[in-house]
Design a protein around this ligand. Structure first.
Ligand code: SF4
Ligand code: MG
Length: 335
């Protein structure tokens, strides 16, 4: 068995003063050892909430895992105690966020911060931890690592800080690295360098990566598989080639059409008209129906099931389902 992580039917809700927001509505996904899975979607699609659930980093008590299993090496993370979770967090599964300043302590040198992660999870002396921290700074491509070890976050550029965060995340050789928009806050050249670095490190360390992003360009460069999220659900999952060259879900097609390409004029970009549904009161049928140019009548009343397009490719759309009646004879359709 190669599955590192198996998420089954995950549902996460937030209680707000106006009601319950159903942010994640039945997500299932799998992650193999050493692979990179990208989760793509607009903001509010549930991709960050899904990834935070894996680490149990959702703000409680507002957020609640209402249903589902998160099996990490066969153990259900959703059921572990906070103490057991602390042993997993950072050591087995670690996370890099968009803004390095939120993950770094401004009052502590970066070296000490990496030391802390190592000392928390490994039985080594302080001197050994410090030596390992300097090695990690070198590994993530920080020049003069001994000098940088003694510096504070504000003495470094944004790109350098993100490298420090990556060093911290890798300090205990995690099996899974979750990267939530890891380069969004950085300028384009630095973005490319950080992505190159992550790819290199993955080859060296064999860590599996879950990459959360809204940027399909990043996905093409980094991922082996892609899950597309919309309105709290995965609507399509496949290899990078399947998603880019044979998309089956109208939302994925819309995303691809709105992706800038080289030599393309701004006005040729097709943004998907409309807005995502309100997850306080999610639609009964397909979440994309109000924006979908191909919507059938059945789409408004019944959720499409995941249909298998290949061994690696699935999409949840009525257009792929033989049972979907033609537009003009939906009336009377029953399971
Ligand atoms: Fe469009 Fe219907 Fe497919 Fe949803 S199920 S994406 S509304 S065709
Ligand atoms: Mg997000």
């Amino acid at each position: 068995m190669n599955k590192l992580l198996e998420v089954r039917d995950l549902e996460v809700s937030f209680s707000t003063y106006v009601g319950e927001v159903k942010a994640v509505r039945g997500v299932s996904l799998e992650l193999d050892k050493g692979e990179t899975l990208a989760i793509v979607g607009e903001s509010g699609s549930g991709k960050s909430v899904t990834s935070k659930s894996l680490m149990r980093l959702l703000p409680s008590p507002m957020a609640r895992i209402k249903n589902g299993e998160i099996l990490f090496e066969g153990r259900d993370v959703a059921k572990l105690s906070e103490k057991e979770m602390q042993d997993i967090r950072g050591a087995e599964i670690s996370m890099i966020f968009q803004d390095p300043m939120t993950s770094l302590n401004p009052t502590m040198t970066v070296g000490k911060q990496i030391d802390e992660v190592i000392l928390k999870h490994q039985k080594v002396s302080k001197a050994e931890a410090a030596k390992r921290s300097v090695e990690l700074l070198a590994l993530v491509g920080i020049p003069q690592p001994e000098t940088r070890y003694k510096q504070y976050p504000h003495q470094m550029s944004g790109g350098m800080r993100q490298r420090v965060v990556i060093a911290m995340a890798l300090a205990c050789n995690p099996k899974i690295l979750i990267a939530d928009e890891p380069t969004t806050a950085l300028d384009v050249t630095i973005q490319a360098q950080i992505l190159d670095l992550m790819r290199d490190l993955q080859e060296k360390t064999g860590t599996a990566i879950i990459l959360i992003t809204h940027d399909l360009g990043v996905v093409a460069n980094m991922a082996s598989r892609v899950a597309v999220m919309y309105a709290g659900k995965i609507v399509e999952v496949g290899t990078v080639d399947e998603i880019f060259y044979q998309p089956k879900h109208p939302y994925t097609m819309g995303l691809l059409a709105s992706m800038p390409k080289l030599h393309m004029q701004e006005e040729q970009l097709m943004a998907i008209p409309g807005t995502p549904p309100d997850l306080l009161d999610p639609p009964k049928g397909c979440g994309f129906a109000s924006r979908c140019p191909y919507a059938l009548e059945i789409c408004l009343s019944y959720q499409p099931e995941h249909m298998r397009c290949s061994d690696t490719h699935q999409a949840a759309c009525w257009l792929l389902d033989e049972r979907a009646p033609k537009m003009d004879d939906t009336v009377g359709w029953r399971e």
